[in-house]
Ligand binder design. Sequence first.
Ligand code: SF4
Ligand code: SF4
Length: 410
Amino acid sequence: MEYRFPEVHPDRQFVAVFNTNRCIACQTCSFACKSTWTFSRGQEYMWWNNVETKPYGGYPHHWDVKLLQMLNDANPGGQTWDTSQESDAAPYGEFKGMTIFEAAEAEGKENAIGYIPTDEDWTSPNLYEDTAKGPKGVPNEYHPEGAQLPEHNSWFFYLQRICNHCTYPGCASACPRSAIYKRPEDGIVLIDQERCRGYQKCVEQCPYKKSMYRPNQQVSEKCIGCYPRVEGSDPLTEGIPMETRCVATCVGKIRLQGLVDIDETGGWAEAPDNPLYFLVRKEQVALPLYPQFGTEPNVYYIPPRWVPREYLRQLFGPGVDAAIERYSNPSRELQAVLQLFRATQKIIFRYEIEEGEEIIDTEINGRRVHLFNDTIIGFDGAGNEAARISVEEPFHTREGDFPGQFQNSI
Ligand code: SF4
Ligand code: SF4
């Protein structure tokens, strides 16, 4: 794949894992982001973080369907994966189709194919909220026999979306002013507001539609990865790197965000005790969104268990089946690492696990299931303990007049 700039890699990369199985679409993340960064005049329709209901929802409207259609038009029927040859470097096989960059080359266009959404497309960011796909493809038609795993007949799920701080950002290669850059210290992708002239090439060529135009300032703006928090330069953090606002406020505890070290080849340096490395590279339970676009996004998703696999493979690639299997029957280590989601606002760079007693030994769906009350300890950027949480979470009982009768009360 051709990319406009020479191969350069940051020392560390901003990475996040979102567990779609846990999201309740409360939109706390969306409002935490908006109230921090996009509350000003000219940003009314700007949601750097949004949560959309799939399959029908999208912000801007139908952004992904439009991109998939453009790719298919450029390469009719050729957007396929070859999963016959898998390796450590290509755990899900090889994509045989065209990325957004290759499709542009084939069509004699600029760096990447894309489109500029209309003003109407940016309105109603939560259109089709909770609209299920029915068994015959009819919205909100419910199956008479209800829903059962492994795939529900009527289904929807919530997709949380921020800028992916891509390894090969479509936005950066698109900019004729070279105003977009990837920071060497953390891989966060930023738009230099002094250089930007508002040509909107980034809006057009970001396949995820996460670069947005601000008409009253005549510049484009995008998610900045809450870089003051990630740097630890937010005055509140006393020099300790903190998670982004959308991650730190997540009510459903679905988000984990941090940094991974990048080696000289551009790959992730081996770090099995980094929770993000563990989830993405070792356990391979989290997958990138639309990897076929070719930008190498750095936000990874644990796919929803109940959604038809064919649909999920289109979104997350052929690793979906194995990822769902691993999430549904988690290893002892994965059970502990999942407890780190939202255990602290500090970025966890490393974890240790203290083994605990076996608390469950049973059979579920014909499988032997063992659960251990291990304790996971997360360490912050200064190497200090930032989180300590056991698999069996603390159980609080209200005392007073009714001792032992009420749960989770103070
Ligand atoms: S705050 Fe968390 S649970 Fe709520 S919508 Fe956002 S990602 Fe989902
Ligand atoms: S998601 Fe879009 S805006 Fe963000 S880095 Fe990738 S191409 Fe650029």
